[in-house]
Design a protein around this ligand. Sequence first.
Ligand code: NAP
Ligand code: MG
Length: 496
Amino acid sequence: MTVSIDVPAAAADVLSKPIGHLIGGRTIDAADDHFPTTNPCNGEVLAQVASGTEADVDRAVAAARAALDGPWARMTPSARGKVLWRLADLIEARTEEFAHLEAVDTGKPVTYARLVDLPLTVDWFRYMAGWPTKLVGSTVPISAVATPGDYFAYTKREPVGVVGAIIAWNFPLMLAAWKLSPALAAGNTVILKPAEQTPLTAALLGEVIREAGVPDGVVNIVHGYGETVGAALAAHPGVDKISFTGSTEVGRHIVRASAGNLKKVTLELGGKSANIVFDDADIEAAAAGAANAVFFNQGEACTAGSRLFVQSGVYDRVVEGVARFAEQIKVGDSLDPASQMGPVVSDQQFSTVMGYLESGRQQGATVAYGGSRIGDAGYFIQPTVLTDTAPGMRVVDEEIFGPVITVQRFDDVDEVVRAANASCYGLAGGVWTSNVARAHAVADQLRAGTVWVNSYNVFDPALPFGGYKQSGWGREHGAAVFDAYTETKTVVVPTA
Ligand code: NAP
Ligand code: MG
């Protein structure tokens, strides 16, 4: 297939043929069932993708099981670490190809794919490469017997087994890395199901995985629809664990489907994060920070600071600052190096976001900036600032997952903490203040997995990340992620 976009040669190669699954180390194309992946900047078809079936999932699970019991189990922790490090190097060396594929598939500016998505992929593999040699157990003194020392007891950490990783379309490569790197570090094998809207970087990742010397079957990739491939993985008796990133609604499906064999489940779900600006904050930094917190990645970020709370004394200045920031964002084609924001990912997402904007207007919100489509090709939406918003409005209560911020005014700390916590979600939050004691106090009271003070969206492979309430189960990253990717075994041995 020929496409009219300018991408590096290796990326063009990915687009030149139908995209197949990676199963047991081989690329497998569907006999005749494909679906297109498109460029949201113009709706153009980029490539045809094999549409996975239950039988493909069965084959991938069998390959993952064989690899788990075979070559992967026989590799030393150090050798596993080396493979992960090599993967990081190979991805880094192909930054341009990956960044271009990610940009045309998701609509995000290539500049940001290069500066954000790629480092947040490479750094994860590098950080996790250090872990296989450090997953230690402990010796445990026990008192269940009369004489101390009658028994020698210890714990060890073992892989959970075959992991199904199901991910969203907003950071396709990065989310794949966030699942694969800890899963592999702990010695598991994986079947990855990329989002149907954004399969391209997973296809190139599959090539790189083979090049890095990952044994066949350790990583399998099955493309396709959530209702078929995703559901089959979630229900499969041969899958030991599902690691899911996506909507809260689908998270519930996963939990139900996993009940058959009671597989382990971790969930990274939606959010409606509160960003709170106090009177004593550095107002310029807070306004820019609040705008970035929601408009980054077209607002398609689970942590988006989509509910902005501003203390009365600085309300007008902050609203004006956020609106001015929105006005200056350069929205354009993902491959234009000047673009700071692209289109939302799909026709469907476009309709969802426009529907929210309409509901906001109908329920009495004021559009301080934006509110409209840009152009008539592609799925471009203006960064939008809504004021006069309140709980009870859909734009305030529900996750929009688009470039829309709602602003609410508050007077005192207790009031804003109560309002911030009045959400079924609890993924993240932000506090802007020059009062250190207040920053800590509010961080303490927010029911959210991550709180950023005078900053937002700072991620690191060493920092645990995950949701309170309906934003998820479990934590990713750091030492905490290994609770999700290992089983702890206790061994008790009589000493005589
Ligand atoms: P989604 O609709 O829940 O889809 C996520 C994944 O689940 C996709 O691969 C999807 O396949 C698959 N899926 C759909 N139905 C399924 C089913 N019945 N069984 C198994 N899998 C199924 O979410 P999305 O629209 O792609 O992503 C946006 C959501 O993800 C937002 O709510 C956002 O907050 C959340 N998110 C959370 C985090 C986090 O770390 N907490 C990070 C990023 C995004 P298809 O693509 O074929 O539908
Ligand atoms: Mg696409």
